[in-house]
Design a protein around this ligand. Sequence first.
Ligand code: UDX
Length: 446
Amino acid sequence: MNISVIGTGYVGLTTGVALAHLGHKVVCADIDEAKVELLNKGIPPIYEPDLEELMAKSRSRLTFTTSYREAILESDVVFIAVGTPANADGSPNLSYLHEAFDNVLKTLAHKATPTLLVNKSTVPVGTADRFMDEIRRRGMGQVVDIASNPEFLRQGRAVYDTLHPERIVAGGSERAARILQSVYKPLLDQEKIPFLHVDLRSAELAKYAANAFLAMKISFINEMANVCDCVGADVLKIAEVIGSDHRIGPAFLNAGIGYGGSCFPKDTRALQYIADTSGYNFKLLSAVIEVNNDQRYMMVQKLRRELGELAGRKIAVLGLTFKPATDDLREAPSIPVIQELLALGAEVWVHDPIAMEKAKELLPAGVHFAKDCEECLQDAEAALLVTEWPEYLRTVPAAAPGLMKRPLLIDGRNAIPENARAGLDYHGIGIPGTSRKEEGPVTLKF
Ligand code: UDX
């Protein structure tokens, strides 16, 4: 099939590359000329494992352009995958989406053959219906249909997730679902992937529901970790016990300093906004968001309990991205942690294996950027492990005792294995013997 993809961010680019890999002829369009120039040289503007290799392999079926006309006129299916960042009130900013939609429709006005417009961006419920109304208003209802095909890929695993999805959701008419089934046929044939055909509104809401549910699991286990710290229990054991119940499942039960990234914080706030503006008070979701906001400061609280005043003391912050295997700093918990340390007068040194250049543009003045992990740890009075990059799990336990003034390590991801903690003054999140109340469990009064 001839397919175009509007927007070359994480979702758009990975979708375009994956569809070309599946055998379709794909044109990706973006208004950012510098990005398109890079892509035409075979260089992805984002860091994502396997993306560059897959791009190179599918090059003969893949082109990049700044011209919507060039992208769309030959296409049977047009995917829209532009950003919907959050506004200050939590509502999603749909200006990029509206602009893209309007430009696509203007171009489609010159095309007589049917086109399916597929939205991959995360949007408020009812957006596709409104788009359909606009298509009919412009007299294009006979040739243009609309579908919602939410994307569930994770950054750092974008290529893998796109080629091995847990399910494919197709919102829209029977005809739209049939076309999407043909688009994904090579994937559906190859593995037993559920193809779920639902109405447009349910497809739109399902994306928010999935992210909110996963965020809820994280906030739940984080609160359990905080309870563990109070009563002397081990959150790793709790996660193992509850996770082995298949009704709960073991994934997303890693306690730590909370979720970040471009999806969970934005989508939970957007769902809260959608519920609020529809007259429903989504109390559980509000608690998920509040718990996550508080959890980001848990490491600094532990640090202050150990060191007292932080003014003038060197603190090493290891890991800046919101999770490993990505260079993305959006809503990374490292940022509020660093701001809090600076506000308390600490001498803050930071390191990240791949996001240092991005971080230099983003972090507040006064932060010291270490050339490597060792420089970051040198003479530090404490280290905060904020992102569990695999290299830190090896180098930090080995290097910290020799380099630091005091080998105090606050592990915000519970990532350093137990057998590697010797020589460290180790403090995790919800791990016994590493928290304030070490005197044992609470005494019950009968
Ligand atoms: C998420 C969803 O997983 C994906 O399906 C959706 O399409 C986009 O949002 P992503 O933001 O790339 O993907 O990252 P993910 O791996 O889900 O992690 C999100 C955040 O939660 C990270 O900050 C991570 O560190 C944190 N997390 C995750 C935990 O704190 N504990 C866990 O157990 C899992």
